[in-house]
Write a protein that binds this ligand. Structure first.
Ligand code: ZN
Length: 299
């Protein structure tokens, strides 16, 4: 009798033992989530005096004659595949080279040198709450898109996140409107593909052509806030020069609705995936307005 039981236990042992996973994408989800907007991130997020996001307002900014942001190769068609991935905490697309072998990059603002586009992802709320990361004039917009760029001085993102000037992120706000006067074809491509990747690790290919500039729609890029901050997801490295455009783009509810349907690794909807506001700690925030003073005051 004993040998028999022992035999059964022995056979069950391999089932009880689960080897550690090597899948890097799973690690963030195992360690942190957005349930408390980052309040439960202690230990996984770097701490320091230049964390992001923060509140932005013209009154608390230095109005500076900064150069405008220049978008190089943003009007060139991107190579395929254009793969949209459900990461469990956001939806992300890596930005490939253009069809003529170049990389979109930006210069200007507070940036010294060239920053090459690496990826785009989104932060959103829920049907009951807005989910942008930065507050602009006390307003939290519905959605915030981040286009992440790497300083060309550094060979990859892994290296760039360890340098104070390693990364430049463009923040673009979206505002839900009932019947937008215009449709932005690039953004439409992304939002209408989301139902294909509702589940965690879902991947779908966007049908080209797509330029990175199409993701900016008709955004007014002359007005922006800029400051030195951090990543807003672990490890929150203080490596980011933020450029946040002041005006939101109007997006139909049906597009934003598709973001709310995306699921995390537990099958729960990804909602409110923004980090809580961080202390400004006497940092300078610069605001760039048009040279035309009237245009500035008209907002
Ligand atoms: Zn982000």
């Amino acid at each position: 009798m004993y040998p028999n039981i022992f035999n059964k236990l022995f056979l069950l042992l391999p089932l009880a033992y689960r080897p550690p996973t090597n899948d890097d994408d799973r690690l963030p989800n195992a360690d942190w989530n957005f349930v408390e907007n980052g309040a439960d991130w202690e230990g996984t997020c770097a701490t320091g005096l230049r964390q992001a996001p923060i509140k932005l307002s013209v009154d608390s900014s230095l109005i500076a004659p900064l150069p405008r942001i220049l978008f190089e190769n943003y009007d060139e068609k991107l190579n395929s595949p254009l793969t949209l991935i459900n990461k469990g905490y956001t939806v992300k697309m890596a930005i490939p080279a253009t069809r003529n072998g170049r990389k979109p990059f930006i210069t200007g603002g507070l940036l010294k040198g060239k920053y090459v586009a690496d990826g785009v992802h989104f932060h959103w709320g829920s049907p009951e709450s807005r989910g942008a990361e930065h507050l602009i004039e006390r307003t939290r917009h519905d959605v915030e898109m981040h286009i992440v760029h790497r300083n060309l001085r550094y060979k990859d993102m892994a290296e760039a996140i360890h340098h104070a000037d390693g990364i430049a992120v463009l923040g673009i706000m979206f505002k839900i409107v009932k019947n937008p006067a215009r449709v932005y074809p690039g953004l439409k491509k992304i939002f209408t593909a989301l139902p294909n990747i509702v589940e965690y690790h879902g991947e779908t290919e966007l049908l080209g052509p797509l330029t990175l500039g199409q993701l900016l729609g008709d955004l007014n890029t002359h007005h922006f806030y800029t400051y030195k901050g951090s990543l807003t997801t672990p490890g929150c490295n203080e490596a980011v020069i933020w450029t946040v455009f002041a005006r939101p783009l109007p997006i139909p509810l049906s597009d934003i609705h598709n973001l709310w349907q995306l699921q995390d690794s537990n099958g729960n909807p990804i909602r409110n995936n923004y980090r809580e506001l961080q202390p400004r700690n006497n940092r300078h925030v610069f605001y760039r307005a048009n040279k035309d003073v009237n245009d500035f005051y008209l907002g």
